[in-house]
Design a binder for this molecule. Structure first.
Ligand code: G
Ligand code: G
Ligand code: MN
Ligand code: NA
Length: 253
């Protein structure tokens, strides 16, 4: 495949990039950045990670690419710190195949050590299905990660098959409500009851809640009123380059 070849080349030649989308606390303060993979292809234009990740998983390239993403996100965070900017949490998406590897936690530890990033400043985003696939093994993996001091977020929450019975036994810090629930928030017979329930449940379990895909002031107002902890979406900012992100950091907004 042409795209696969281009990706292998890009991995060796600095052809990938990360963009950063800000997340804001309920009070409006900048709370984190989610790192998102970008592949500017000379002919195909920007290729979406939704296409890249499956190709990388099929070809085993995902391990090398995932390593690059983690290391680059950690290095970027350190560059911001060294430029005198305030510390900020950085969230990195982890694919099923990365998480399934026995040595994944060890690998994260190595990257933290190599880059010098404090583990408290790193968050790993995993989907529900990834977490509950092999429940016993996932539990061990998550516990190893928690021992390092990194935090764990469930990405696209509400769209998977996971039973709550499984989820409540895992060491999870945050639920990210899938954007499909946020988009239908204000519709008649919409998702407000579901979103309210997720927030209440998460809080009772001591978890923090992030709303993904917030696009309108009305969604923002509702989510704030319902005590959703963190908001992310185009209303605030799309994913941006590191230099733009630094400006957000400098002002705290
Ligand atoms: O950024 P965008 O909306 O195009 O992302 C599309 C999908 O790709 C999202 O589900 C997102 O979680 C995923 N994605 C983006 N960057 C990464 C990455 O670095 N690693 C993994 N595994 N998935 C990513
Ligand atoms: O699956 P995940 O939550 O990791 O997907 C993140 C992707 O969602 C980002 O790559 C970004 O491009 C996209 N995204 C971020 N904010 C919004 C939004 O407000 N609306 C929509 N439709 N997509 C968004
Ligand atoms: Mn995500
Ligand atoms: Na995702």
């Amino acid at each position: 495949r042409d795209l696969e070849k281009a990706m292998i080349h890009a991995l060796d030649h600095g052809g990938f990039a990360l963009h950063y989308q800000p997340q804001y606390a309920n009070d409006g303060r900048l709370s984190a950045f989610e790192a998102l993979l970008r592949f500017p292809h000379p002919v195909m234009g920007m290729v979406s990670p939704a296409r890249l990740i499956p190709i990388a998983e099929e070809s085993q390239m995902i391990v090398a690419l995932g390593t690059w993403v983690l290391r680059e996100a950690c290095n970027q965070s350190m560059r911001w710190q060294k430029a005198g900017l305030p510390e900020v949490l950085i969230a990195v998406n982890i694919s099923a195949m990365q998480f399934a590897r026995q040595d994944f936690a060890h690998h994260v530890a190595e990257i933290l050590e190599e880059t010098g990033l404090h583990p408290e400043l790193l968050e790993l985003e995993l989907t529900e299905s990834v977490m509950v696939k092999d429940f016993a093994e996932s539990t061990r993996q998550l516990e190893r990660l928690k021992r390092l001091g990194v935090s764990i977020a469930v990405d696209d929450f509400g769209t998977g098959y996971s039973s709550l019975n499984h989820l409540h036994r895992l060491p999870i810090d945050k639920l990210k409500i899938d954007r499909s629930f946020i988009q239908a928030l204000s519709e008649p017979n919409g998702t407000l009851p579901i979103v309210e329930s997720i927030i209440a449940m998460a809080h009772r379990m001591g978890m923090c809640v992030v709303a993904e895909g917030v696009e309108t002031p009305r969604q923002m107002a509702t989510l704030r009123e319902k005590s959703c902890n963190i908001l992310q979406g185009y209303l605030f900012s799309p994913p941006v380059e590191a230099d733009r992100a630094a400006l957000f950091l400098a002002t705290g907004t």
